[in-house]
Design a protein around this ligand. Structure first.
Ligand SMILES: [Zn+2]
Length: 123
């Protein structure tokens, strides 16, 4: 699996010879990093509004939805979120987990086709 766009000689390796990055360099995110942050949770607010295009919501399921990252580290970065505000993946119901996995698969297929990619990462 491709980890980043670095050339092999630029990679840093752990003692077990696993390449790692010391830092992520994404200078286009500086406006987001320095901007004031909304008080409310954007992942709860966005799906409640009727402005999917402006909020970058690509798909709505029954329990989860797909939203593009407005300030991505990489092109094609989307997130699959439950509508419920929960602190951790362990708090998702079986129904949310099942739909989230289906939406992740659908998203990867759509991004690969739209961007003509062969690799993808899941975080
Ligand atoms: Zn929330």
């Amino acid at each position: 699996m491709k980890i980043c766009g670095c050339k092999p000689e630029q990679d840093i390796y752990t003692p077990k010879n696993i390449p790692v990055m010391e830092r992520i360099f994404a200078p286009w995110r500086i406006r987001y990093v320095l901007a004031p942050k909304p008080k409310d949770c954007v992942f709860c607010t966005a799906p409640k509004e009727n402005r999917d295009r402006e909020n970058l919501i690509l798909y709505r399921g029954k329990t989860c939805y797909v939203i593009m990252n407005r300030n991505p580290y990489n092109p094609g970065h989307v997130m699959v979120n439950p509508y419920r505000h929960i602190p951790s993946i362990e708090d998702m119901t079986e129904e949310e987990m099942s739909e989230a996995m289906k939406l992740i698969k659908l998203s990867i297929e759509a991004i690969r086709e739209a961007m003509n990619l062969t690799d993808s990462t899941l975080e």
